[in-house]
Design a protein around this ligand. Sequence first.
Ligand SMILES: C[S@@+](CC[C@H](N)C(=O)[O-])C[C@H]1O[C@@H](n2cnc3c(N)ncnc32)[C@H](O)[C@@H]1O
Length: 205
Amino acid sequence: MTYKTEQEMFWAGEFGDEYIGRNPVENDLAARTALFSRILARTNGVRSLVEFGANIGKNLRTIHHMFPGMGLSAIEINEKAVEELRKWGEAKVYHSSILDFSLDYPRDFSLVCGVLIHMNPDALPAVYDLLFEASSRYICVIEYYNPSPVEIPYRGHSGRLFKRDFAGEIMDRFPGVRLVDYGFVYHRDNNFPLDDLTWFLLEKK
Ligand SMILES: C[S@@+](CC[C@H](N)C(=O)[O-])C[C@H]1O[C@@H](n2cnc3c(N)ncnc32)[C@H](O)[C@@H]1O
């Protein structure tokens, strides 16, 4: 496959393959359950959800456990991750870059977690548009926050990790989108540690 950005090649290739080995399914199921119970407690009537950059489906598996009837979809660039998602079999899987994905129909909830931080910053406006179009109601962004855009080294690589106020930029871009709730997950949490993630639940008016 050919990609528009270096960051896509990075995740589609060897680095993305090795990421799967470092992050097995069973690793942080309880912590993700704690996180998604906080987020999904603030929603109502979500029947379908799409995750952009789902990897092997750790978020989707957690959500499936909590809401077995919810229709789940996954967009993922890495072939090995896609194989794992298909083996699991509980989500509609699209093997595609987010930047090439053409939306078939909107879901109730669009989710992105630990993915915007790894995308080429120039591509973000298009991704924001997709997150918006992909949802009829809720948009959830779970990323590393920084008030202004910064790049930080990622496992010895440059140009692969960026922090900024992704959710704020989405609200600026779409004035009809309001903040429902937000929160932080601390890597030293006593019971449910995850990476230092900030989550934002947004709703389309
Ligand atoms: C840090 S992982 C996060 C995975 C998952 N969202 C989670 O929270 O466990 C980033 C994921 O996004 C995928 N990804 C990165 N860029 C992508 C793109 N342009 N299109 C689709 N998937 C992408 C990677 O292959 C990887 O699976």
